[in-house]
Design a protein around this ligand. Structure first.
Ligand SMILES: Cc1cc2nc3c(=O)[nH]c(=O)nc-3n(C[C@H](O)[C@H](O)[C@H](O)COP(=O)(O)OP(=O)(O)OC[C@H]3O[C@@H](n4cnc5c(N)ncnc54)[C@H](O)[C@@H]3O)c2cc1C
Length: 480
């Protein structure tokens, strides 16, 4: 007997977002989490434009935006500026807010939709067969659970990935990352204080409650064993050498020392088992991409897995998760590796060449927009499926006339420039936007990407025929 349709492992941002997506689509989901009551360690601070758009597509962006700071330009290399207001988005910025705040909003959303989050429950093993996956668990209630699908959102050291036998090839960076949560007697003026020097880089980000996260990549401390606690003198010294001062840093309430890695799972799927978030890809924190990419993985996988559970998924639909998200993960690894090389690279000539290349990119409007698109996720585009696909297929749908509000119930949205009496089309909401750019009709997926488009208005019968099969699933029930 299945305890759920889908078991999601790990209640970090990826698992919480995925569980919410599944529950929104009427899937019974259990979210198993190893931690008892203690919160996930806050690592991420940067929320990018595309993630904010997707949160908006579920009615969560306003809540997330209540506590934090808006940053409208960044310096990809010292002395340069990338103006984010050039982004064609409702959220042309990076929003600085602690990961714990974003997780709180995602958790409340998932719980409102009926997700059962089970703490003190560690996944130890699983075996899959033709009908489902049996999961072995330890913790408060050891035993087994069974579901049709299993998703590992269990972070960089994913047990699910290891047990599925999926390779996680890559490398480890050399420079230690030192973290400390501190009070500052002289807090910086900038929302996000970042400095680089010969010894590495330092960043200060506000929690918004008087505490700050100090982050240092200090080459001089690379030989210190990772198990040794970071001392307040060590952090102050790093800031003095790299930033010219320690901003009046007080005693830390929490510290950590670790090495980041650049790795990607060779596959995101093994039969009925999927990987998402850090379980599928890890990279340098420079560029603030990890949590954003994980939430976007979840939004891509959620509606597809729901269709499979409801028995309505086209045979290709589940495989399109890997086909769409693996290349995005690869791009994120390349981008963050380039940032890491420019800021911390030991091969000076190579770092200088990279820095010169970025300055050249920033000089021209088109390449500047391309870089802003890459950093913000706005530029993500999925490969179009099938011969003769429309040029808009796979593109991110712009939020024309607050279209993203129409996505809030997780259905497909068919946007038309002229009126269309389509009648009752299961799983599809029809809306009209006279100012629709480009095509006359666009079918938007629940995750905000274009599934199908037509340059001319079709009749209702033609439309139904044209979009059948484009959704990847034909929902049986119309949810109003
Ligand atoms: C210094 C630093 C700064 C960063 N800054 C940013 C940033 O600004 N923006 C950004 O987007 N990203 C950033 N990141 C990356 C970001 O923190 C991660 O990408 C993000 O936390 C990944 O989320 P996740 O849900 O995939 O995994 P995690 O947050 O790691 O969650 C995994 C969960 O799985 C649970 N778990 C693990 N194993 C099991 C098991 N066997 N059974 C049950 N539960 C299990 C864990 O307890 C945990 O709760 C940063 C990272 C670092 C280190």
């Amino acid at each position: 007997m299945n305890s759920a349709d889908v078991i999601v492992v790990g209640a970090g941002p990826t698992g919480l977002a995925l569980a919410g997506e599944l529950a929104l689509a009427g899937v019974r989901v259990r979210l198993l989490e190893r931690r008892r009551e203690e919160p996930n360690i806050t690592r991420a601070f940067a929320l990018h434009a595309r993630t904010l758009e997707l949160l908006d597509a579920r009615g969560l962006a306003d809540e997330v935006l209540q506590h934090g700071v808006r940053v409208t330009s960044i310096a990809p290399v010292p002395g340069s500026t990338l103006d984010l207001t050039i982004l064609d988005s409702r959220f042309p910025m990076i929003f600085i807010a602690p990961q714990s705040g974003t997780e709180k909003v995602l958790r409340a959303h998932a719980e409102r939709l009926g997700v059962e989050i089970v703490p003190d429950t560690e996944v130890l093993g699983f075996r899959q067969d033709d009908d489902g996956v049996t999961v072995e668990i330890g913790g408060a209630n050891p035993g087994t659970e069974r579901a049709r699908y299993l998703v590992g959102c269990d972070g960089a050291h994913s047990t699910v990935r290891r047990l599925a036998g999926i390779d996680f090839a890559g490398k480890q960076y050399q420079t230690h990352i030192l973290l400390a949560d501190v009070h500052l007697a002289e807090p910086p003026q900038e929302a996000m204080f970042a400095r680089t020097g010969d010894d590495g880089a330092v960043i200060i980000v506000p929690f918004g409650d008087g505490w700050f996260r100090a982050i240092a990549w200090d080459r001089k401390r690379d030989r210190v064993p990772l198990s040794e606690p970071v001392t307040d003198d060590e952090m102050r010294d790093a800031f003095h050498r790299i930033a010219g001062g320690d901003l009046g840093m007080g005693e830390p309430r929490w510290t950590s020392r670790f090495l980041s890695e650049r790795r990607q799972a060779s596959r995101y799927r093994a039969g009925r088992v999927f990987l998402a978030g850090d379980a599928a890809h890890v990279h340098s924190p420079l560029g603030g991409q990890g949590m954003n990419t994980g939430i976007q993985d979840a939004m891509n996988l959620g509606w597809k897995l729901a269709a499979a559970v409801h028995g309505t998924a086209a045979p290709w639909l589940l495989d399109s998760y890997q086909a769409e998200r693996h290349p995005v993960g690869e791009q994120v690894l390349r981008l963050t590796d380039a940032f890491n090389g420019m800021v911390l690279g030991r091969k000076r000539p190579r770092s200088l060449v990279q820095a010169l290349a970025v300055r050249a990119i920033l000089r021209f409007g088109r390449t500047r927009r391309m870089l802003a698109g890459r950093v913000s996720g706005i530029g993500v585009r999925y490969p179009a499926r099938g011969a003769g696909a429309h040029r808009w297929a796979g593109r991110r749908m712009p939020d024309v006339g607050r279209l993203y509000e129409q996505l809030r119930d997780g259905r497909f949205v068919l946007v038309t420039r002229e009126p269309l009496a389509l009648g009752d089309t299961p799983g599809v909401t029809v809306v009209r936007r006279e100012a629709l750019p480009g095509p006359a009709m666009i079918l938007v997926r629940p995750d905000g990407y274009v599934a199908w488009a037509s340059d001319r208005m079709l009749t209702p019968a033609e439309t139904t025929a044209a979009i059948a099969g484009r959704t990847g699933h034909l929902p049986r029930k119309v949810r109003r």
